[in-house]
Each structure stands twice: as structure tokens, then as C-alpha cells.
Design a protein around this ligand. Structure first.
Ligand SMILES: O=C(O)CCC(=O)C(=O)O
Ligand SMILES: [Fe+2]
Length: 356
């Protein structure tokens, strides 16, 4: 599919472009730029990451899955208990405290299932785990996509670990393949909308640590620090978009920024197209306690000590495991679980500014 050019007449927020090749060589200048991006906005472009071909194969898989009849996809529904893996229908989640439904459908595939393939360790038995086109491409596409995405996220994490002043490998202890986690690949489809302001995915911070995003059309928007205006992030060919999620913001005592973002339909020139996007989310092992790593780094201890008492103090010691944190957020987004605006509030993460 050819995608129309990005329009020049919409408010667009530029991101730093980080070169993964240079990061792999631990180029000092590039590491500084990554640090700037991860601490100021928490979003950046990543080029030279070598995952583009596999990303395209994931989109092909996504097209096959989403073309299945609705009843077939619903056999693989994620359910109402806070489980993320599986299919989520359009309208399954709220996008705001009002309870307005979302418009995007997505399929989430567990990292643990892809790596254990041909076994399924998180969703079983096979007939009810994932739609057939996903199972058919698990070995050829999903597993290598997840392995490569993990390598990218782990490299970024290793660099951020050192910049945070943590002992070598400390952060990566949370992301071993030994323990189950909420890490997953997500393929998202949003149909064309006549209302180009109709919210597809509501304002949120990401639940996990690092998100590695490939989107074809625009529609992703960020709320930059200090701004009250949502701004588009331009999709650039062969450039992934990376962002920091709640867990890294908490581990780092707020030094790394988990920024609010949302998705609306593609703007202007790109309107009236089906919007496709694909994300790999790295999330800590289920038993990881989400609290600032103050004992491991003076930098983190100082950041927590100098943050606003009460509000921030509590934020950096959540008393919650990663598993509980994700289940709470997922469960309370679900329209089926909605009792009122309080259900939406219960689904929130580390947001400083609450946007309804
Ligand atoms: O589709 C996008 O561009 C972003 C998706 C997103 O923010 C998410 O799934 O958490
Ligand atoms: Fe997100």
C-alpha cells in the first residue's frame, strides 16, 4: 500500500533521530542524544535498527488476522480479568473517563509464547490461543520479530542503566527470559473515520519499560511537557518510534520520562486510509516490584529526594508488582468492567497531568 505524503499543515512535534548502529558501538555523542530524548520527552526516532523487513511481515500477518470474520477473532478475546494477550475488539476499551469507546482493534502476542513456540506457555490450548494466521507465522515471523525487538530494547536499556549510575546489568535483571512477563507484540488496525478527531486509543502512558513502535500512517500524538496542545508525531519511513513507559520512569525515580500520548485517525492527506501500527512492548518480569532503585544509584536517590513530596514520593514506591500494575490498568480500561468515571481513573499510570 502506498501512503500519501505527510501533510504540512498540522502541528507536528519533532523528535530526535537516534542511530542504532552508533548506539551498538556505544558512541558517546549518540548516547548523550539518547539520554536527552529519554529524559526530556521520552520519545525518539530510531534508525538503522534492521527490523523493517520483519515489521512488514508482521503487518502482513496483521492484515490476514484482521480480515477474519468478527466471530472468529472473538474466539481469541483477551477477556475481562486484566489479561492482555489475545484479541481486543474495536470498542472494547474506554478512551476517557466518560466511557467513550475506542475504535481500534488489536492482537497482542506474548513474548513468552513466541519464544517457547511450538509450545504455548501463556495462552493454551492452541485452538484458543491465537488466530490461525498468527500461529502459522509464529516461527517464521513473530518469533524473529520479537527476538530482534528484544535485542534493540535491551541495548537501549543497558545504555540507560549505565547513564542512571546503576551497576552493570542491574536493569536487565528485570527482563530475563527466565520469568514470565507482560512483554508482547501488538498489531493495531484503526478503520477510516469521517471524524478525524475521533479518538482511536485514549490518552495514556505506556505500562511497560520501552515501546518500539512502527507506524505507517500518522495519528499518534504526544502532549509535550508544559503544553496543553496535542501534537502529531510524523511517521518517517524506516524510522521506528521509541518511548519510555511507566516501569522505567518508576525505576529511575522519574529521571526517564513516560509521556502521555494517544492515537486519532491519520490527518489531512492521510485521512480515509486504514491505519496500521505495530509495537513491541518490553515489560519487567511479573514479580518485579515497581519502585525507584534508590539503593542502586545516588542519581536516582537524589531525584526521588528532590521530587515533590507526597504526590511523587508515593509514585516512586507503588507497592505493586509489574503483574499487578498491568492487570489493573488493562482491566479498568475495559468497557465491560466499567462502573463509572472512577473505573477510568483506576486504569491510570504515572501521568502527572490527568487528561480526560
Ligand atoms: O499506534 C500507535 O501509533 C501507538 C500505539 C500505542 O500508543 C499503544 O499501543 O500503546
Ligand atoms: Fe502507547
Amino acid at each position: 500500500m502506498s501512503i500519501p505524503m505527510w501533510p504540512e499543515d498540522v502541528p507536528t512535534h519533532s523528535l530526535l533521530v537516534i542511530d542504532y548502529e552508533l548506539l551498538k558501538k556505544r558512541d558517546v555523542g549518540e548516547i548523550e542524544r539518547l539520554w536527552e530524548a529519554a529524559t526530556k520527552l521520552g520519545f525518539w526516532y530510531l534508525k538503522n535498527h534492521e527490523v523493517d523487513e520483519l515489521a512488514q511481515e508482521m503487518f502482513d500477518l496483521g492484515a490476514e488476522v484482521m480480515a477474519l470474520p468478527h466471530e472468529e477473532k472473538m474466539k481469541f478475546e483477551q477477556g475481562d480479568d486484566g489479561e492482555s494477550f489475545g484479541y481486543k475488539k474495536a470498542g472494547g476499551n474506554a478512551v476517557a473517563a466518560s466511557g467513550e469507546p475506542d475504535t481500534a482493534e488489536f492482537l497482542n502476542i506474548a513474548k513468552d509464547d513466541a519464544l517457547a513456540w511450538p509450545n504455548l506457555v501463556r495462552r493454551a490450548p492452541p485452538g484458543t490461543a491465537y488466530p490461525a494466521p498468527a500461529l502459522a507465522r509464529m516461527e517464521s515471523t513473530v518469533k524473529p520479530f520479537i527476538e530482534k525487538s528484544l535485542a534493540v530494547n535491551n541495548t537501549l536499556m543497558d545504555i540507560l542503566n549505565d547513564k542512571l549510575g546503576l551497576k552493570k546489568g542491574r536493569l536487565l535483571e528485570f527482563y530475563t527470559n527466565e520469568e514470565f512477563s507482560g512483554s508482547e507484540a501488538r498489531i493495531i488496525r484503526n478503520p477510516p473515520m469521517s471524524d478525524t478527531q475521533k479518538i482511536a486509543l485514549g490518552s495514556h502512558t505506556d505500562f511497560g519499560s520501552l515501546s518500539f513502535l512502527h507506524n505507517r500512517q500518522g495519528g499518534l500524538q504526544v502532549l509535550p511537557p508544559g503544553s496543553e496542545t496535542w501534537q502529531y508525531v510524523e511517521p518517517i519511513a524506516n524510522h521506528a518510534i521509541c518511548n519510555v513507559g511507566d516501569s522505567l520512569a518508576i525505576f529511575s525515580g522519574g529521571i526517564l520520562r513516560s509521556n502521555l500520548h494517544r492515537v486519532i485517525p491519520p490527518p489531512s492527506t492521510q485521512a480515509n486510509t486504514v491505519r496500521w501500527s505495530l509495537v513491541f512492548f518490553s515489560r519487567p518480569g511479573n514479580s518485579s516490584v515497581l519502585r525507584a532503585l534508590v539503593e542502586g544509584s545516588d542519581k536516582i536517590a537524589n531525584a526521588v529526594a528532590s521530587s515533590k513530596e507526597g504526590e511523587d514520593g508515593k509514585k516512586f514506591d507503588t507497592g505493586s508488582t509489574a503483574e499487578e500494575w498491568f492487570a489493573r490498568r488493562i482491566k479498568n480500561q475495559r468497557i465491560a468492567n466499567r462502573k463509572g468515571p472512577e473505573t477510568w481513573m483506576a486504569s491510570r499510570g504515572t501521568e502527572r497531568v490527568q487528561v480526560a
